[in-house]
Design a protein around this ligand. Structure first.
Ligand code: IPM
Ligand code: MG
Length: 363
């Protein structure tokens, strides 16, 4: 029996609720597939500020570095909106410290939830896209300045930073439908002109078999809701990816369904739902655990390379959605815990699925 060390960072808001469910899903996977998961829970974000005055305490970072994979709930909330440090610095610091340059955010639309989408059926049916967001560069990590009457955030990218996320996106496209849409603002920004040049060259040198198109981010924001089916892999820089991934997550009916993986060249990956801390419903057992559970599936697939196990979790989620179970964000009554238990029960009793889909290559 193999043992895997998983660092759990519940964080703030609904983070602890979804993390508890994700942990129990992983436990069930461990039982069914005979793996041992050893969990170590540490503070991050606002919770860590309250205890240590530091959104990323050294012992949290140490636990992450020595883990095989990291699961994070969410960080942030109105409580810490005043003076620095901010909870978000914990997450940004962790991404940087672990070298997690590739943020992978898949969006798919479940046919049973199509009526929950704000868009018409014929637009969202069969949408299956993934955003590759560069995660450790750009304006998020540039030099910040503040004077009495001005402020600035430097946006800087190097060729090396663009190349490595480009490789990841092209390789993923090869294992999917073979198309990359690279998003920039090359009509205005110098970083975007560099981005376009580097991606174009990379494509010519190594990925001629993949179809590459370029899009400007403003137009992309529009096309993503006009014809989301046209996209396979969307590749973009940090800030554009932050914005477009929230937009993409509503296609399927709720941001509560969306998972994400943040990966580096080596070392543990970080897996977290896209939804954030949702302070308005925190502690009420009202949030949707599916984004967290699907992030646990990504942890199995990309973090631990346990592909069958990841498939089993995704199939169980789909089965429970098909059976009509719904949390409040999808117009239902089920609490976070009860939804988690429904999925765990399904995982417990279902026939183990065969590997049924194309795997995305990583590394
Ligand atoms: C995300 C979040 C974070 C980001 C925040 C919490 C710092 O919005 O993961 O998309 O902007 O990257
Ligand atoms: Mg975001």
């Amino acid at each position: 029996m193999k043992t895997y060390a998983i660092a759990l960072l519940p964080g703030d808001g609904v983070g602890p609720e979804v993390t508890a469910v994700a942990r129990d899903v992983l436990r069930e996977v461990g039982d069914r597939f005979r793996h041992r998961f050893e969990f170590r829970t540490e503070l991050i974000g606002g919770a860590a500020i309250d205890t240590f005055g530091d959104p990323l305490p050294p012992q949290t970072l140490e636990a992450c570095r020595s883990a095989d994979a990291v699961f994070l709930g969410a960080v942030g909330g109105p409580k810490w909106d005043g003076a620095p440090p901010r909870p978000e610095q914990g997450l940004l610091g962790l991404r940087k410290a672990l070298g997690l340059f590739a943020n992978v955010r898949p969006t798919r639309v479940y046919s049973d939830l199509i009526d929950r989408s704000p868009l018409r059926r014929e637009i969202v049916e069969d949408v299956d896209l993934v955003i590759f967001r560069e995660l450790t560069g750009g304006a998020y990590f540039g030099e910040r300045k503040r004077g009495p009457t001005f402020a600035s955030d430097e946006c800087l990218y190097t060729t090396g930073e663009i190349e490595r996320i480009g490789h990841a996106a092209f390789a993923a496209a090869r294992a999917r439908r073979g198309k990359v849409t690279s998003v920039d603002k090359a009509n205005v920004l110098e970083t975007s002109r560099l981005w376009r040049e580097v991606i174009t060259k990379l494509h010519e040198r190594h990925y001629r078999d993949v179809q590459l198109e370029h899009a400007l981010v403003d137009s992309m924001a529009m096309q993503l809701i006009r014809q989301p089916r046209a996209y396979d892999v969307i590749l973009t820089e940090n800030m554009f990816g932050d914005i477009l991934s929230d937009e993409a997550s509503v296609l399927g009916g709720s941001i509560g369904l969306s998972p994400s993986a943040s990966l580096g060249a080596t070392g543990p990956g970080l897996f977290e739902p896209v939804h954030g801390s949702a302070p308005d419903i925190a502690g009420k057992d009202r949030c949707n655990p599916i984004g967290g559970i699907l992030s646990a599936a990504l942890l199995l697939r990309y973090g631990l390379r346990l592909h069958h196990e990841a498939d089993a979790v995704e199939v169980a989620v789909e089965a429970v959605i098909r059976s009509g179970e719904r949390t409040a964000d999808l117009g239902g009554q089920l609490g976070c815990r009860a939804m988690g238990e429904a999925i765990i029960d399904e995982l417990h009793s279902a026939d183990l699925p065969r590997a049924h889909h194309v795997q995305m290559h990583w590394g």
